[in-house]
Design a protein around this ligand. Structure first.
Ligand SMILES: [Zn+2]
Length: 61
């Protein structure tokens, strides 16, 4: 196991202990909850999609 204090959330950029791992990226619990609750019509939605796309862009580069 890696000895790391936490992970840096790709959405908010903060270091958090609890969250969701996608490949080797990390989304903290609060961002995950907020993302799930965000409606497609919400102005925040494109921001989340943009942040998530960065994962796939990196992996497919
Ligand atoms: Zn976060």
């Amino acid at each position: 196991m890696e000895e790391r204090l936490g992970n840096y959330c790709i959405i908010c950029g903060q270091e958090k202990l609890e969250g969701l791992r996608i490949i080797d990226e990390f989304i903290c619990e609060s961002c995950e909850v907020e993302m799930v609750r965000t409606e497609v019509q919400d102005e925040k939605y494109p921001f989340f999609i943009h942040q998530l796309k960065r994962i796939w862009v990196q992996k497919n580069a």
